[in-house]
Ligand binder design. Structure first.
Ligand code: SAM
Length: 265
């Protein structure tokens, strides 16, 4: 695998961290599986289609899509643990014949990943430093006319100090851009954007969930039930507070985009 950018590495390490699972549950994106279904429907995902879940994390969305819509899903993730967890979850849900997992890097796509009907990216494009290159790699693995389906964090303006570094990466803020910025990047990579809309309240709900999770995490650490250094909780609380402020000011949001890969002329 190629050398990972620090933000990508940080994001991938954090998503395997016990505190992340404690705060967010299994689905590591705002809106949870309800939004996964909304996105798949907006993209027209149907029974038997081949879907790539690029940046599949713990594989929860991949399994959910295979189970709910009957599509054939490949989950691609950087973490070996994500592959193992995804496979175990697919087996437990009885969909392992149509939901598989591959360890790999979106920026250096495994050669056998080709001709997908749809690529789903939930809270992943924001974490990729070179969005243009990433979108070109995604376009390469789609069939001509295939669909790109994205939900992601949007950000207007600078990241405040409390949210810089590790915490910004954990909350997918460091590389997040505006809705218009995503739409332009997608079009520049050879797609026609068919739908691009803000999802009001989605990110606020996610932050509130993280804030409640932090309160529970503090209790669990105190009781010795969660193995996380107590010193990581204070900066996390400050970061969540700052993120809540940004969301309330409308500078932090969540968006859905659906685009069609244009055929080369
Ligand atoms: C915010 S998590 C979202 C996980 C999953 N899509 C979900 O919604 O539950 C971002 C995921 O993208 C993965 N990721 C980031 N950069 C990647 C890359 N270059 N190639 C493959 N996966 C990547 C991370 O490892 C992490 O699992």
């Amino acid at each position: 695998m190629t050398q990972l950018h620090p933000i990508t590495e940080c994001c991938s390490t954090l998503y395997g961290h016990p505190l992340a699972a404690f705060l967010m549950g299994d689905s590591f994106h705002p809106g949870g599986l309800g939004l996964t279904l909304e996105l798949a429907r907006a993209a027209g995902v149907s029974h038997g289609q081949r879907v790539l879940d690029a940046g599949s994390g713990r594989g929860v969305s991949s399994v959910f899509l295979g189970e709910t819509l009957g599509c054939r899903v490949t989950g691609l993730t950087i973490e070996a643990a994500g592959v193992a967890e995804g496979e175990a979850h697919a087996t437990a849900q009885g969909v392992s014949e149509r939901v598989a997992f591959v360890q790999g890097d979106i920026m250096d796509m495994p050669a056998n990943l080709t001709a997908f009907d749809t690529v789903v990216m939930e809270c992943v494009l924001s974490t990729l430093p070179n969005k243009h290159e990433a979108l070109l790699r995604i376009r390469d693995v789609l069939k001509p006319g295939g669909t790109l389906a994205i939900t992601d964090v949007t950000r207007e303006g600078e990241v405040p100090e409390e949210l810089e570094g590790v915490t910004a990466a954990a909350l997918c803020l460091a590389g997040a851009i505006s809705l218009i910025g995503y739409a332009r990047a997608i079009e520049d990579a050879g797609f026609a954007v068919e739908e691009a809309r803000d999802l009001p309240d989605t990110v606020g709900g996610f932050i509130d969930k993280a804030r409640n999770g932090l309160m529970l995490a503090e209790i669990a650490v105190g009781l010795g039930k969660l193995d996380v250094p107590a010193t990581t909780l204070e900066p996390a609380k400050r970061a969540v507070k700052a993120a809540r402020g940004l969301a309330s000011d409308g500078r932090l949001g969540y968006a859905l985009l659906v685009a069609r890969a244009l055929t080369a002329t």
